[in-house]
Ligand binder design. Sequence first.
Ligand code: CTP
Length: 414
Amino acid sequence: MTDNPLRPGAQTKKVALGISGGIAAYKAAEVLRGLQRAGCSVRVAMTRRACEFIQPLTFRALSGSHVIVDDYAPDNPDPIAHITFSQTVDLLIVAPATANIIAKFANGVADDFLTSTYLACTAPVLIAPAMNPTMWGHPATQRNLARLRGDGVHIVEPDTGEMACGTIGPGRLNDPERIVEAALKLLDQVGRVRDLAGERLLITTGATREELDPVRFISNRSSGRMGFAVAQAALSRGAEVSVVAGATSVDPPKGVHVVNVLSADEMYKAVMKELPGATVFVSAAAVADYRPVQRAATKIKKNESLLVLTLERTRDILGEVASARTNGLLVIGFAAETNDVVINAQEKLRVKNLDAIVANDVSRRDAGFDSTENAITIVRRDAQGPLELPLMSKVEAAHRILDEIVKLRANDKR
Ligand code: CTP
């Protein structure tokens, strides 16, 4: 980012605008102008099909820069354009995004300049889909969109109206002004990029397993996604991150130090070992509250009509970390609730002496367990009221949790 000549004191944000091949490609010119009016510097990439709807020359004239269609083309001034183009920008926007480009992004296909740029992009990505309503509603497209949301891609939903093909329904490219608005909102958040430099986060995630015998265990529902999303988001904001992970059904993000454990006891020991040097502890794991008093050495046979299990309490890892803390360690808990979500979370915050608690209503079917999205409420000890957030990707929810951690740290330093 450099100083913005249009808004003294503000900074010029660099935006990459990708255009894929749909009838709405011409509206990308309005998106480009809107971004420029807001003081952004914009470079354009087009797919070959997009060039059949509108000439690259239009965007070259408007942006004042070479428009990249094919990075193998002899007139391309930059031999590794898909890297420089995507890794020196503050935001990548694709408008319009066709069903095809969405499918390619969702599956990591990189067979042209724009798709390679997406894969190599380190900046936030915003897409504005546009297509025929039947294509929009197709389960394949919706599946791909859900995947992209889970990957942290931001989507400006299409409008409903009459399409170029005469059909009426959802699929029309949203208003360029709305696309620019969404882009500027994201760009405002870019400022937070390295605000966790110097922090060392220790995160627990996944479910613990308490063995009954060699083939059976007691566990909780948890995919590990939320904790890994916090890890990924914290890493992108400059923190060092360690994760103690129980059983998970998703892979950890790259670059994160992961310690794998199974039981609550193993998790407790791993946390205590990793804790020295940590500055923030985030407890996203679904830890079993009880474990069998005895683990059978051999498989329990169904000889009896009634099997009685005696369970004992496990150690409350979060509670112990919070009560033993020193040196400004921030401690953040999670509360998975089915009723009186905020009241229960506030009580846990108080009883466990936490700095913040992230509550979610696990009775909702569209969020929480096994979902790539979550609707959370964050209660901070130093804030007036709970911060209730709408349904969003777990990566975005993770960023919102980290925003609150940044505020807690700032208040600590006062
Ligand atoms: N937690 C923990 N160690 C445990 C149990 C829970 O660290 N043995 C952490 C979880 O990671 C989460 C928070 O504590 O951050 C959840 O609080 P808790 O009161 O244990 O929630 P529940 O088990 O749901 O409690 P309750 O059944 O009382 O609602």
